[in-house]
Design a protein around this ligand. Structure first.
Ligand code: NDP
Length: 318
């Protein structure tokens, strides 16, 4: 167990694919990395089912199993995993200061692999029914929607992809977009429009999720912003496909973020403030990648971040 104000060679924020890959590499370099697992241990893979595109698994691998194996591999080489999350960081000091509850950890280097989290509508009735018909993960929960009428919220590619995927299970999918126009790419939108099981609604917002709290969703209350009409759509499942939010808020004002809050990186993993690199701090995985967002690309940048840490510490004479 660590003491207060301990000094680390490297701390890794996040325990998804990027963070754990960084941990494996850093641990193998004998840096004894501390991994703060964060609010969503294991990241998005931990709530996924079958991953079929991770190289080396010809039959696919369950997301939680893949993550568990990565954890074991990191721990085997000396990584320390802690169920904790960052409340505040100060990157202006040397070493950097990380606040975890009442504790302060000092570290010579930092790897930010805090990922991105699925967005929710934020309705209290939605929050009360998460896991009981309300889901942000079609791949995890689609199977439970077998033979049911369901709704997918969103108008981007994620929503299209979820809606198309869910037609394998659901008898009918109503795709609900709050705007007049869909943000999705043309090819995805055309596929959804052409699908006989998918119905598309425009200008429509969800006002409330109706159901028995802690039990099941029975329907959703809708409002058409154009016609002013209120209606009720009986569905057993509502899937959110309204994008992701990068978990980088703790670094607002300390790192360059893009308009949507993703950490801007140079040469894959180098972070900056006002365009100037911050030596010793690196970002990897979905918190800095809005383009690819794959397990394998997250792992790739996690590896790069750890190699940069190694190089940086070596240059510091450690
Ligand atoms: P996007 O940001 O592209 O789209 C988000 C959608 O959700 C928009 O329609 C937006 O509506 C809607 N939305 C956001 N917040 C709310 C809210 N509170 N209530 C209701 N609706 C809301 O995110 P995606 O995740 O769809 O896509 C992200 C990126 O990933 C894109 O570049 C996309 O192309 C890519 N992607 C590619 C895929 C593929 O090629 N197979 C699959 C999935 C994603 P509004 O337009 O009104 O803001």
């Amino acid at each position: 167990m660590s003491t207060e104000n301990e000094l680390r060679d490297t701390v890794i924020l996040g325990s998804g694919c990027a963070g754990l890959t960084a941990a494996i590499y850093a641990a193998r370099s004998n840096l004894k990395p501390l991994v703060l697992e964060g609010h969503e241990p294991g990241g998005q893979l931990a709530i996924t089912t079958l991953v079929e595109n991770f190289p080396g698994w010809p039959e696919g691998v369950q997301g939680p199993e893949l993550i568990e194996n990565m954890k074991k591999q990191a721990v085997r080489f000396g990584a320390e995993l802690r169920m904790a999350h960052l409340s505040k960081a100060d990157l202006t000091t040397s070493p950097f200061q990380l606040k975890i509850g009442h504790e302060t950890i000092l570290t010579r280097t930092l790897i930010i692999a805090s990922g991105a989290s699925a967005r929710w509508l934020g309705l209290p009735s939605e929050q009360a029914l998460i896991g009981f018909g309300v889901s942000s993960c079609a791949t995890c929960d689609g199977f439970f929607a077998s033979g049911k009428e369901i709704a997918v919220i969103g108008g981007g590619d994620s929503a299209m992809e979820e809606a198309l995927f869910l037609t394998r299970f659901a008898s009918k999918v109503t795709l609900i977009n709050r705007s007049e126009h869909f943000r999705a790419s043309r090819i995805m939108l055309e596929r959804a429009i052409a699908h006989p099981q998918i119905e598309l609604l425009h200008n429509t917002v969800v006002e409330e999720c109706l159901g028995v709290e802690g039990k099941e969703l029975r329907g959703i209350k809708l409002f058409n912003k154009k016609t002013g009409e209120h209606s009720m759509l009986p569905v057993s499942f509502m899937f959110l496909g309204i994008g992701h939010t990068p978990n980088a808020r703790a670094f607002e004002g300390q790192l360059d973020l893009d308009a949507d809050g993703y950490i801007k990186t140079q040469e894959n993993v180098f972070v900056s403030i006002l365009g100037k690199r911050i030596p010793g701090v690196y970002a990897c995985g979905d918190v800095q990648d809005r383009r690819y967002r794959q397990a394998i690309t997250a792992a790739g940048t996690g590896c790069m971040a750890a190699l940069e840490v190694e190089r940086f510490l070596e240059e510091m004479g450690r």
